[in-house]
Design a protein around this ligand. Structure first.
Ligand code: FES
Length: 368
């Protein structure tokens, strides 16, 4: 869609909301298996979010509605467009569909922007001065949004950004990070590759405390933000604990959307037939009224997992009680819900709950 550009500079800017679908307006091939997708709102509006937050796409793939969350990679300071950066996952239904089918001009339904992993939410005396950003693979996206934001605002923050990738060809945003470092003297980007040929002059292997001390000798004074695959984050966390880092100043993306999604792409039993009652194993019963099925859920099992195991693909994205995608009406019964902000107290009072982070305390009837 082409707009009169004067509209951007002369109109007042209503904030984007989720009733306003997005149009894919640009696609960039970042690496051999990573693309960035840029979106504009269908009706004129600007995006308001914090760098590091995520967006949840609602996609219709093979006749099925699938929700999937991706961290925003663009800067909120460029508020007329928003981008996500997606790596193809082996067997990933959504990532492969986006790479193979989404094209410029396509319209998408999207849920509100959410999340609490942002340097804008953790302002301490340290944070205001010095940051250490650590990312692995496609975990670079929230930290890229933060770096782009500081760059766009000409903040010239003291940031050391260390990104780990498999090979030099797998480094996402390498040129742009070098450009930010060129423009902002207090920004330093370093890359570590698991494997590289002789032309590679930066470190090879994995991030460890010795490498960290070489690249950021003052890391103990920095506010740290980390995002990457679970093994990477576990290793980083462990490294800082051993180094006696004050973990109050350590923040990590609490989950990796791509990883979380991978099991949702493959777990559901495609042979289960909705509308045929299913009861499997022992546990509480969960009556899914719209599906016409009664499934079993163990006391220590999340309701969403039980539904997926029985072949019912309820809407979900984060599986951690963050995004609100799985919100459902609990018609009767009680659950033990441990959410992470994906549901408001008012909604709980109205009888809604999040099956992804709720375990049954009784038999349940759920409007799904
Ligand atoms: S799937 Fe995100 S809150 Fe349940």
């Amino acid at each position: 869609m082409t707009r009169n550009t004067a509209e951007y500079w002369t109109n007042s800017h209503p904030s984007w909301n989720a009733d306003n679908p997005l149009i894919c307006c640009h696609i960039t091939q970042e690496t051999h298996d990573v693309k960035s997708f840029y979106f504009k709102p269908e009706k004129f509006a600007s995006f308001q979010f914090l760098p590091g937050q995520f967006i949840t796409l609602e996609l219709s793939i093979n006749g099925e509605i699938i929700h999937r969350s991706y961290t925003v990679s663009s800067s909120p300071a460029r508020s007329h467009t928003i981008s996500i950066t997606v790596k193809r996952q082996p067997n990933g239904i959504v990532s492969n569909w986006l790479h193979d089918h989404l094209k410029v001009g396509d319209h998408l339904a999207v849920l509100p922007i959410a999340g609490d992993f942002s340097c804008s939410l953790h302002i301490s005396s340290n944070a205001a001065k010095q940051y250490l950003f650590l990312s692995g693979g496609s975990g670079i996206t929230p930290l890229m949004s933060m770096s782009r934001s500081f760059h766009d605002l000409a903040e010239n923050k003291d940031i050391v950004f260390i990104h780990s990738a498999r090979t030099p060809e797998d480094i996402i945003f390498r040129k742009e990070l070098d450009l930010i470092a060129f423009n902002q003297p207090n920004f330093r980007a370093a890359f570590i590759c698991e494997k590289a040929d002789a032309a590679w002059t930066q470190p090879t292997g994995y991030l460890n405390i010795d490498l960290l001390k070489q690249i950021a000798p003052d890391f103990l004074q920095r506010e740290i933000f980390t995002c990457g695959p679970s093994p990477y984050m576990a290793a980083v966390r462990n490294m800082f604990k051993i180094a006696d880092f004050n973990m109050v100043h350590y923040h990590e993306e609490s989950f990796n959307f791509d990883e979380m999604s991978a099991h949702l792409d493959t777990d559901a039993d495609a042979t289960a037939k909705p509308n045929s009652p299913v009861i499997n194993g022992a546990g509480f019963s969960v009556d899914l009224t719209k599906s016409g099925a009664i499934i079993s859920c163990a006391a220590d099992q999340f309701v969403l997992n039980a539904a997926h195991s029985a072949g019912f693909r309820l809407p979900s994205a984060c599986s951690k009680g963050l995004c609100g995608t799985c919100k459902s009406k609990l018609i009767s019964g009680t659950v033990d819900m441990k959410h992470n902000g994906g549901i408001r107290p008012r909604e709980i009072e109205q009888g809604l709950f999040l099956p992804c982070c709720s375990k049954p305390l009784s038999n349940l009837v759920v409007e799904r």
